[in-house]
Design a protein around this ligand. Sequence first.
Ligand code: FAD
Ligand code: UDP
Length: 399
Amino acid sequence: MRRSRAPLERMDADLKKYDIWIVGAGYAGAVSARALAEKGKKVLVLERRDHIGGNAYDCLDGHGVLIHKYGPHIFHTNNRAVFDFLSRFTEWRRYQHRVIANVPRDNPEVVPAHKKTDGRFFFPVPFNLDSLKNAFGEREGGRLGEKLLAAYPAQSQVTILELRQNPDPEVAAIADYVYEHVFVHYTMKQWGQKPEEIDPSTTARVPVRLSRDDRYFQDAYQGMPLEGYTKMFERMLDHPNIEVRLGVDARPILKEAGGPVIYTGQVDELFGFQFGPLPYRTLDFRFETLPQDAFQTHGTVNYTVDQDFTRITEFKHLTGQELPRVTTIVKEYSRPYTGDPGEIPYYAIINPENNALYAKYKAEADKKPNLYLLGRLAEYKYYNMDAIAARALELAEGL
Ligand code: FAD
Ligand code: UDP
């Protein structure tokens, strides 16, 4: 990968020599760049930030702890082709993400003594048969688990919205408990709306498990890039046919592109917000470094009932980094994206109205035969890393 910071006006002649321009060096940009370079295309990658990797970027913080600057990223997929492609650029640390909820105790008498700490208790998320026991005690929790299994004999999981439809009063009581203790407050913090008001596929990402499986993801391939995401991206972009230019906003110079452009940034911004801005949620990340070996028992602890932040992640659990007497955690605070300088649009807010607005921008893009929209921002979708890598491979194949 060649990187250059030469001013663009001095590179005008240069700009013409590429077969394809790619805007953005995150998953969408980097995966498609590599796939196209291997097909013999000369690729120019323009990235506005001063680093590659997009939101998956990781780096050492001031204390030597490997952190994810834009929030915790755990790789998981059932897509063998994506896993094989990425595995060419990294080895993997075997890691299965496990999450617990940390909630205030509201019925002290049924909480087993070993689960009690400072008036709070914990249970696995996604909520599973063991979570029921943590919440209702061994006997009653066990009985309610049997009840749930009988209600959904052919399923291994059920969404909270589905569970809330169940007419059986006891199942409905479980649904109420899970709604109150897992979903409603967390979703209000994350989206400013209730679970039933947001796109159902969002809460369906975290189902109620009709088993004791306490892994956050059940995909066949799960893990963390052994030396981090940024290293993986560096190797991916290291190809004689790829040139990466950092610190360049591509929009003002897009008209210089002679051939196809793959655009992975915000589509509303690309078209000057002419139909109005697409709504997003942004996050404030508060990183804290503590002089101790470890802060919490799990990679991520969700605060599903109280606190202003949604979750705390401790990076050393994810990365496996061994560092004595120092650890870094991050708290995530969600709020509406306003477009102020420095704010990052992290989550598209999927609903019919916003999808219709997106469709207007898409129609504009479709008028430009050489423009391809790809990625979480450009497609206004809630893509995981593997899904966008798969889309990028598909697009590169099709070009
Ligand atoms: P991005 O990573 O956003 O990359 C787009 C790039 O384009 C950026 O680097 C941006 O600077 C650049 N760009 C934009 N406009 C311009 C311009 N005009 N000129 C030049 N460059 C431009 N997925 C998982 O699978 N597992 C997880 O655990 C996970 N955790 C997540 C946690 C959080 C808090 C968030 C927000 C997302 C998480 N994701 C996770 C999703 C993951 O971040 C995305 O799937 C992935 O980053 C999408 O890649 P992308 O290339 O589409 O977008
Ligand atoms: N969710 C929740 N409580 C939890 C975890 C998730 O209510 O403890 C809901 C919430 O609406 C969240 C969605 O499920 O936005 C998806 O959660 P996920 O952890 O997949 O979100 P991400 O990691 O993408 O932010």
